[in-house]
Design a protein around this ligand. Structure first.
Ligand SMILES: C[S@@+](CC[C@H](N)C(=O)[O-])C[C@H]1O[C@@H](n2cnc3c(N)ncnc32)[C@H](O)[C@@H]1O
Length: 199
């Protein structure tokens, strides 16, 4: 789930669109929708998940988000050129262990070896931006070495800060780091938000 620092990132970069890959039950989209009154630039929200049940569950919780049942890589290829900039991409479709076996097999067939976020990044990095990318559940040692050809450093949330909250502000779990990086935007904003730089 998204960290509260994302609200500040959205605000400071004046993002106009928010895109989540992997919606699951819609926790993140419901939370981001609840921030909209304080984020006047944020006009368009999109969520994509390949599992029909995830889309059904999310649909019950959101009002302002356009939802799509699709593989995130296919979806991004089609829709990235249409996103209003600056866009904020929250990549969270990469986690194993969330899906019934059948859906996991479908996801694996699109992206063996859990490389979905690399395929997503390849599409996004070819686009002109400007944009912010946030990748959830970041493991620097593993993920940064795999994505070195696409990104050379990232800004990371502290791993144990209790910032993973549900829509009512209740802490739902132990925070795991997210990484952030930007294209075509001033990255000192990420530094000033006291995220840690990792190379
Ligand atoms: C970790 S959960 C997402 C949690 C959610 N982002 C949140 O903040 O609460 C991962 C989701 O990714 C979806 N997923 C897995 N592979 C996918 C793919 N290739 N394309 C789109 N969604 C995918 C799964 O169906 C699952 O709902």
């Amino acid at each position: 789930m998204i960290h509260l620092v994302a609200k500040e990132v959205l605000r400071q970069y004046q993002c106009k669109s928010f895109i989540e890959t992997g919606t699951f039950e819609g926790d993140t989209l419901a939370l981001v929708e609840s921030w909209m009154p304080e984020l006047p630039h944020l006009k368009s929200l999109y969520g994509v998940d390949l599992w029909d049940k995830a889309i059904e569950m999310t649909q019950k919780r959101v009002k302002h988000t356009q939802l799509f049942e699709d593989n995130s890589v296919n979806w991004l290829k089609t829709f990235v050129p249409q996103m209003e900039s600056p866009a904020f991409y929250f990549l969270d479709a990469h986690t194993f262990g969330w899906l019934p076996a059948e859906q996991q097999e479908i996801s694996n067939s699109y992206s063996p070896n859990n490389q979905l976020y690399i395929q997503e990044l390849e599409i996004l990095m070819k686009s002109s931006g400007p944009f912010v990318i946030c990748i959830d559940d970041w493991n620097a040692e593993y993920n940064l070495s795999q994505s070195k050809h696409l990104i050379d450093h990232v800004w990371v949330t502290t791993s144990n800060s209790p910032t993973v909250c549900d829509i009512n502000g209740n802490v739902r779990g132990i925070g795991r780091p997210s990484c952030y990086f930007v294209k075509g935007l001033d990255e000192t904003i990420l530094r000033d938000l006291e995220l840690q730089r990792e190379e």
